[in-house]
Every structure is written in structure tokens, then in C-alpha cells.
Design a protein around this ligand. Structure first.
Ligand SMILES: [Zn+2]
Ligand SMILES: [Zn+2]
Length: 100
């Protein structure tokens, strides 16, 4: 099941479960839309993949036992070990590979 992480790995902005700014990669690395667009250049610094908007889990159960209340968002904040400079260099090198 998708872990709904509570913050942007880079700028630490709060990304609540219903946030429309939360972006995830295939490994659920989670960043805010602003960091994805302005710093990451749509390249995940952890895996090199791209991002999509994180789907919003229904707050109220439309089907039995499936809702945010049954499967709450994670409260474990995650922080990237990389600096902005390292992230920009990595995005650039991944993009260059794809450009070939
Ligand atoms: Zn951010
Ligand atoms: Zn990733």
C-alpha cells in the first residue's frame, strides 16, 4: 500500500494526505511540486525516475474498510541526504543520458 509521507524530502514542506502539491516517484520518494519543478527537474534524486501527482486517498469509506481513517498517512518525516547542488548535478546527468 502507498505510504503517504508527511513532508517534502528536500524543503520539508508539510504534505498532508489531501495535498495536491505532493509528488511521488515509483519508489514513493515524496517531494513538493515546487521542488520537483524548480530543483529536481522531474528527476528523483534517489532513483533517477520521474514524478506523478500523489493520488488522494478517500477520507471517508465509499467501500467497507478502505479510507484514510482505515489506512492513515505516515507520520515519519523523510529528509534527503543530498545537497541541492548534488541533486541538480544528478538531474543533469540523468537528463543527458536520456538525450542521447
Ligand atoms: Zn519541497
Ligand atoms: Zn525515487
Amino acid at each position: 500500500m502507498l505510504i503517504l509521507r508527511p513532508n517534502c524530502e528536500l524543503c520539508d514542506k508539510d504534505l498532508p494526505a489531501d495535498s495536491d502539491e505532493a509528488m511521488i516517484c515509483t519508489y514513493e520518494c515524496t517531494f513538493c511540486q515546487s521542488c520537483v519543478e524548480n530543483v529536481l527537474d522531474n528527476v528523483c534524486p534517489n532513483c533517477g525516475g520521474g514524478f506523478c501527482h500523489r493520488p488522494i486517498r478517500p477520507v471517508h469509506a465509499h467501500r467497507e474498510n478502505v479510507s484514510l481513517a482505515h489506512h492513515p498517512a505516515s507520520t515519519e518525516r523523510v529528509h534527503t541526504p543530498f545537497t541541492v547542488e548534488q541533486i541538480r548535478a544528478f538531474s543533469q546527468s540523468v537528463k543527458n543520458k536520456h538525450a542521447k
